[in-house]
Design a protein around this ligand. Structure first.
Ligand code: PEP
Ligand code: MG
Length: 325
């Protein structure tokens, strides 16, 4: 089985009827890049930069960050690398930042919300990213955006840092795409508004499901509500993809759902461009995509959106797969 899967490491990600998508890897540590390449990742779809900040007693310096980003970009040798700015808060704490205790951290000052408040931290990360940009194909992504003003403010700060760096003689790539995660329901619902301002979207289904279902992703007693194939989630995803399309932007999924073999046919059918997952999921996902007809799943995935619930959608997909579609 392992040998059979290995064959997919060097192949393109194409459906049986020739529709091309991209399969990317999620990484959290520098060692993960090699694993991603070994498994045939075509890109890094999500670099969770939190690891640079965690398990230590002070902020990483700009130089330290620059070296890490440069390493990943160079190692990927021109393949796309989506680096997400700091997503701290929620379940991830940084004791040395001395943040006030919150009664509801997942609904609190998390990720970009914190970065807009602590601009010293944010700006250092952005400078490190901008300086590293000339070593590869960098795309910068902002997490946890709920309203348009947050995206515009983050972009403004990025632009400010870029102008200053360039003025001081630093070389910065002119082709950095700037995108955002869609993981807060408000952003999914208003994706058409965001699509005018973002170069791409990456749907963070782990959080999008948590916030749409109002079910803590860390709380096992409500884990039955983690339902990636529920029509509510699929409808949001469809809306996001259609809205991005209308503006000529691309969309990925970087939550667990991207590597879920039952969800993949639906995501392919809805027109998802990029699937980003942990390295270990890449080969089975590519094999699955190779066995699917994009044309057939375009209509099947839309049928699935009007089924009654998660279970019905899952059995529907299973039936179609068994029928050889
Ligand atoms: C997500 O929310 O789906 C995601 C990819 O981000 P994280 O799991 O790091 O919150
Ligand atoms: Mg998230």
């Amino acid at each position: 089985r392992q040998a059979e899967l290995r064959q997919w490491a060097k192949r393109a990600s194409v459906s049986s009827d020739g529709h091309r998508v991209e399969i990317a890897a999620n990484i959290g540590k520098l060692e993960d890049v090699q694993k991603a390449l070994d498994n045939g990742a075509e890109a890094i779809g999500l670099f969770r930069t939190e690891f640079l900040y965690m398990g230590r007693s002070e902020l990483p310096t700009e130089e330290e960050q620059f070296q890490s980003y440069k390493y990943v970009l160079e190692k990927m040798a021109g393949k796309p690398v989506v680096i997400r700015t700091l997503d701290i808060g929620g379940d991830k704490e940084l004791p040395y930042l001395d943040l006030p205790k919150e009664s509801n951290p997942f609904l609190g000052q998390r990720a970009l919300r914190l970065c807009l408040e602590r601009q010293d931290v944010f700006r250092a990360q952005l400078r490190a990213l901008l300086r590293a940009s000339r070593y590869g194909n960098l795309k910068i992504m902002f997490p946890m955006i709920a309203v348009l003003e947050e995206l515009l403010e983050a972009k403004r700060i990025l632009e400010e840092e870029k102008t200053q760096l360039v003025a001081s003689g630093v070389e910065v790539s002119e082709t950095i795409e700037v995108g955002m995660m869609i993981e807060v329901p408000s952003a999914a619902v208003s994706a058409d508004l965001f699509a005018k301002e973002a170069d791409f979207f990456s749907i963070g289904t782990n959080d999008l499901i948590q916030y749409t279902m109002a079910a803590d992703r860390m709380n096992e007693t409500v884990s039955y509500l983690y339902q990636p194939c529920h029509p509510s989630i699929l409808r949001l995803i469809r809306h996001v993809i259609d809205a991005a399309r209308a503006e000529g932007k691309w969309v990925g999924v970087c939550g667990e759902m991207a590597g879920d073999l039952t969800a993949i046919p639906l995501l392919l059918g809805l027109g998802l461009h990029e699937f980003s997952m942990s390295a270990g999921s890449i080969l089975p996902a590519r094999e699955r995509i190779g066995s699917l007809s994009h044309g057939d799943w375009q209509s099947l995935s839309r049928q699935a959106l009007s089924l009654r619930g998660h279970r019905e959608v899952q059995s529907f997909v299973q039936q179609q797969l068994e029928g050889g579609i």
